[in-house]
Write a protein that binds this ligand. Structure first.
Ligand code: CUA
Length: 328
């Protein structure tokens, strides 16, 4: 039995080692690249000291092991050298660490604002992320798009409790605090999809307050922006019209169908281009018809404690779904 679990554990570790790791060690930006470099330098230094000290200890244990002679080995007294050498060694190492740290801090310090920078406003909600592009008139949720190589200046706000914005492969984490404007910057050097996670405990669904960052080519980013700026899909059929009436009526208490309306005073994400996103509910579920239907039937069963507590009459259910599915 133990052997079976051992083999399973081994296979799991092997498989996870084959997956691209979403940690800062697999960096996709200059910032996390510097952080990873500092981490590796300090790790190598600490590992070298560990190997040296352990090696000397083992060597002494073997050299001075008992061979039946019960007398003490030769004792050393009053040799200041044995105190001075480690002190000098430790001071030199700490000095080196300090210099490495200063170099890293300088390298990742926020650059001065430039006209070409992309300005982004990130708002933490329990338990999802709002992403506003104030200069572009775009508001979205849980999935962030940035063009490769550009400097993104981020201002962070929260409407409820303290969250923390963290995309390990792109940058370090910064707290998102109600009543306070924190700032940070990120840049993505490689086109791809990167996982983000709230890194400050913010309630029962903290672990499911995730998001994704898509680092796009400039052309893909421009196309994405052009689509996000469009107004919401206009209903065509009778069913879609009935669905639209509900979404722009009752649902509008919490959700917007205006592409540039920020959600700070609303409870839920902007729905204008809902189906241009791949996930929903704080990056928790794949966005497809099956999951959307399950969600609208019982949001609390899927993500207990979230603010969406609704009951849709059966005759309107299909109409709402049919309209929402067109919001691309
Ligand atoms: Cu938001 Cu943890």
């Amino acid at each position: 039995m133990l052997r079976k679990y051992g083999v399973l554990a081994g296979l799991t570790i092997l498989l996870s080692a084959c997956q691209p790791s979403p940690t800062f060690l697999n960096s996709a930006s200059m910032i996390s690249g510097h952080e990873a470099e500092l981490y590796r330098e300090v790790l190598i230094e600490a590992a070298s000291i560990f190997v040296f000290v352990t090696g000397v200890l083992i060597w002494i244990l073997i050299r001075d092991r008992s061979r039946g002679d019960k007398s003490l080995p030769p004792q050393m007294h009053g040799r200041a050298t044995w105190a001075i050498i480690p002190i000098v060694f430790i001071v030199a190492l700490d000095g080196m660490d300090f210099i490495w740290m200063l170099q890293t801090m300088k390298a990742v310090a926020a650059p001065a604002h430039a006209v070409s920078d992309l300005n982004l406003r990130v708002v933490g909600h329990r338990w999802w992320w709002e992403f506003d592009y104030p200069d572009l008139g775009v508001v979205t949720a849980n999935e962030l798009h940035i063009p490769v190589g550009s400097t993104v200046q981020i201002s962070l706000e929260s409407v409820d409790v303290i969250h923390s914005f963290w995309v390990p492969q792109l940058s370090g984490k910064t707290d998102v605090i109600p009543g306070q404007h924190n700032t940070m910057w990120i840049t993505g050097d490689t086109v791809g999809e990167y996982l983000g996670q709230c890194a400050e405990f913010c309630g029962t669904e903290h672990a499911l307050m995730r998001f994704r960052v898509f680092v796009d080519s400039q052309a893909d980013f421009d196309a994405w922006v052009a689509n996000q700026q469009k107004s919401a899909y206009q209903p065509q059929t009778e069913d879609e019209q009935a669905g639209y009436k509900e979404v722009s009526g009752a649902c509008a208490a919490c959700h917007s169908l205006n592409p540039s309306e920020m959600n700070t005073d609303k409870v839920g994400p902007n729905l204008t281009h809902l189906f241009s996103r791949t996930t929903f509910a704080g990056g928790t579920f794949d966005l497809n018809e099956t999951n959307l239907r399950s969600w609208l039937h019982d949001t609390q069963a899927m993500k207990p404690g979230n603010d969406m507590q609704i009951s849709i009459p059966p005759q309107q259910f299909d109409q709402i779904v049919s309209y929402l599915m067109h919001l691309k």
